[in-house]
Design a protein around this ligand. Structure first.
Ligand code: GSH
Length: 215
């Protein structure tokens, strides 16, 4: 059996990696995993920083391309393997999808990233305060997305099409539950998340199904 052409450097519980796994699965693209163990600091090792000097997963190798930044990777996948589309053809619709994806990827996720939490710890903050920080920013960021979901005809964030925004939403809700954020405040998002998780592509991308996942 031949190895798939694509290699994804990821970490099973990384939500940025999870976004890309969903996009690959929605498009039916095979890949081989190269787990980067964030707990042991492998993201800062020379082997990995040669691929991504930022020391952050994911990195996707596809042919002669080495790509980083999950949103850039998903957009590249969408342009290179257009069907099914994760970004709509209509410019205004596309801008709304990007806005929802970036509300997660730029406004919620970066301030809750491992290196940020480590820095807070290094500044002397107690674990309880750090947990509170995470929950606060996750809930603050999800509240306007709940409004977006309320306005959607369903079944997903913008209607029947799975978009880049859903690729970001499901990992963010997974992360929210891990840190015990009050996701019950967002019932519409919860419904959308349940529906998405019934889809094969979203199941295949789940953290517990990845190489390196804790038993
Ligand atoms: N904006 C980047 C964020 C990537 C990122 O922060 N990845 C996290 C895991 S979700 C990471 O590698 N963290 C390692 C660290 O903080 O040391 C993306 O979307 O790809």
């Amino acid at each position: 059996m031949t190895e798939p052409a694509r290699v994804l450097y990821d970490y099973w519980r990384s939500s940025a990696s999870y976004r890309v796994r969903i996009a690959l699965a929605v498009k039916g693209l095979d890949w081989t995993a190269k787990p980067v163990d964030l707990r042991s600091g492998a993201q800062s090792g020379v082997g990995f920083t040669m691929l991504n000097p930022q020391g952050l997963v994911p990195v996707l190798l596809d042919g002669n391309q080495a790509l980083n930044q999950s949103i850039a990777i998903i957009e590249w996948l969408d342009e290179t393997y257009p069907e099914p589309r994760l970004l709509p053809g209509d410019a205004a619709f596309r801008a709304r999808v990007r806005a929802a994806a970036l509300a997660i990827a730029c406004d919620i996720h970066p301030i809750n990233n491992l290196r940020v939490l480590k820095h807070l710890r290094g500044m002397g903050h107690e674990q309880a305060a750090i947990d509170d920080w995470q929950r606060h920013w996750i809930e603050t960021g999800l509240a306007p997305l709940e409004e977006l979901a309320e306005a959607s005809p369903g079944p997903f964030l913008f209607g029947p099409q799975v978009t880049m925004a859903e690729c970001c939403l499901v990992p963010q809700l997974y992360n929210a539950r891990r840190v015990q954020a009050d996701v019950a405040r967002f019932p519409r998002l919860g419904e959308i998340d349940r529906r998405l998780n019934l889809l094969h592509a979203f199941q295949a991308a789940r953290p517990e199904r990845q190489a390196g996942a804790d038993a």
